[in-house]
Design a protein around this ligand. Structure first.
Ligand SMILES: [Zn+2]
Length: 158
């Protein structure tokens, strides 16, 4: 069986990510400055370009601020997932093609649908927030003194 992931090369995958996240050229994910210089490559992923921003001085790389950062799946798997989504395959089929479990596939698909740039909104609660109330009713177990005596005790009969 042909595994499509084996046909992809990393350089193309990183190129794809760059064109997806920076369609108008590289910009700093911290301050949005486009005054950015290249700053070597990742130690373990040689195709992953590192940059330094001349605006804020911060460093970042191709995956900083994307949904791909901090995930254990290799970029190839993400790009293949994106490709398979374009073919309208089901989550289950995608999981099979990628050889990962269906929950992982589902989570990846969900994130890819929202775009590759991580736009997680800051956590704010708005509108009405409902909480389930839980009433804890303490029993008498372990607290015999709390149990009211009913009727007389054996000693009173003497
Ligand atoms: Zn910057």
């Amino acid at each position: 069986m042909v595994n499509i992931q084996d046909l992809l090369d990393d350089a193309k995958c990183y190129e794809t990510v760059r064109s997806l996240r920076w369609p108008e050229g590289i910009a700093c994910p911290h301050c949005a400055s486009d005054s950015v210089i290249k700053n070597g490559r990742d130690d373990t992923q040689p195709e992953r370009q590192r940059y330094e921003c001349r605006g804020c001085g911060k460093r970042f790389d191709d995956l900083t601020g994307t949904i791909f950062a901090g995930h254990h799946q290799p970029l190839k798997t993400w790009v293949t997932c994106l490709y398979l989504m374009g073919l309208n395959l089901s989550g289950l089929q995608i999981a099979k093609e990628l050889d990962i479990n269906k929950d992982d596939a589902r989570a990846m698909i969900q994130q890819l649908r929202q775009g590759v740039v991580d736009r997680r909104p800051p956590v704010t609660l708005s509108g009405e927030v409902e909480c389930d109330e839980v009433y804890v009713v303490a029993g008498h177990k372990g607290h015999p003194e709390a149990v009211q005596k009913k009727g007389g005790s054996a000693e009173d009969d003497a």
